[in-house]
Design a protein around this ligand. Sequence first.
Ligand SMILES: *Cc1c(COP(=O)(O)O)cnc(C)c1O
Length: 391
Amino acid sequence: MGKFDHLSTELEQLCNEGRYRPLKIWDSGSDTWMELSGNKILQMSSNNYLGMTNHPDLQKAAIEAIEQYGVGSGSVRSITGTLRIHDELENELAKFKGTEAALVFQSGFTTNQGILSSILGPDDVVISDELNHASIIDGIRLTKAHRKIYGHKNLEQLEDCLKASASFRSRVVVTDGVFSMDGDIAPLPEIVQLAEKYDAIVYVDDAHASGVLGRNGKGSTDHFNLHGRVHIQVGTLSKAIGAVGGYMAGSQLLKDYLIHKARSFLFSTSLPPSVAAACLASVRVLKNEPERSERLWSNTLYFRDKLQKLGFDTGESETPIIPIIVGTPEKTNKFSDRLLEEGVFAQGIVFPTVAMDKGRVRLIITANHTMDDLNFALDRLQHVGKQFGLI
Ligand SMILES: *Cc1c(COP(=O)(O)O)cnc(C)c1O
């Protein structure tokens, strides 16, 4: 018996269930058309909502930062890893989000981990939507806080959880702003109202809402005009912003606390200066080029309407995340493979990320898709969708 036999057994099981997926290696950078093994493929599953990954302003900022600062920051933030460019980025993010302060982490994942694991102790309770992102779930796992899970967007259950939480030192309600697998939006105004009624902290993870919802992509708090009533906003710099990283936008007190207590902040090296510079440039583009988010939304409404008219089940989508529900993991991944043969990349998302019979390909529309691109995708989806009996 080999030491790793149990791992190969598990992988074999994934194979048998049609859930084994080797990584695809793309030969070009993130863009609407990408090269894969010599073929040009229409990219319909990236998080590059605003086409920022290769925006000339961001590229220029990154190159200049490398020339000025070199390629690495040299340390964790609390030792020598906080450069002027990190500070500028945080000031710009705070201004953009309309909060007192912002604190940047290496990714959205480590932001959630760092915040949840540090602000919550055994005397506190965290109340979380059942469909929240894995990084929230893992952040919660790292705390000794009491946990309550409410059904997806179920406000009655949320209120029950809050009612039963009066004896705790603090109550934190945590939700995705936009849910990543269905593309639906959290009922933030109602959540805020309930939180105010029961004296709870509101924590929103806007990874898929940053750059997408609100004026100039300011996020779900701005979208619902809830400024000053959401205590902790998390954003990612990895999706619409176009590079990598994550941040908290909130009070100066919270920032000071996290600088001293958040372990993913304290024990992992800060973003390279080129990345911080690219993110800074990206926030400025968001402010100066609102036509990007306008195009994102007009593309989204056009595409979703056409898909629905063709007869596809697009689930609960209200944003540029548009799932096409297919079924079992095996059927879903076969559907995704067939689309790829037709020149369209649409990632299959299967159990355990979603329910066993709710496998879907997840399409994400971007500002840079042209009408021709969208029509090409619709034509191929119609063709393959018929073969799979989806329409
Ligand atoms: C993608 C995502 C994250 C992780 O962000 P990264 O910057 O990619 O680590 C966190 N939360 C939610 C809701 C996400 O969708």
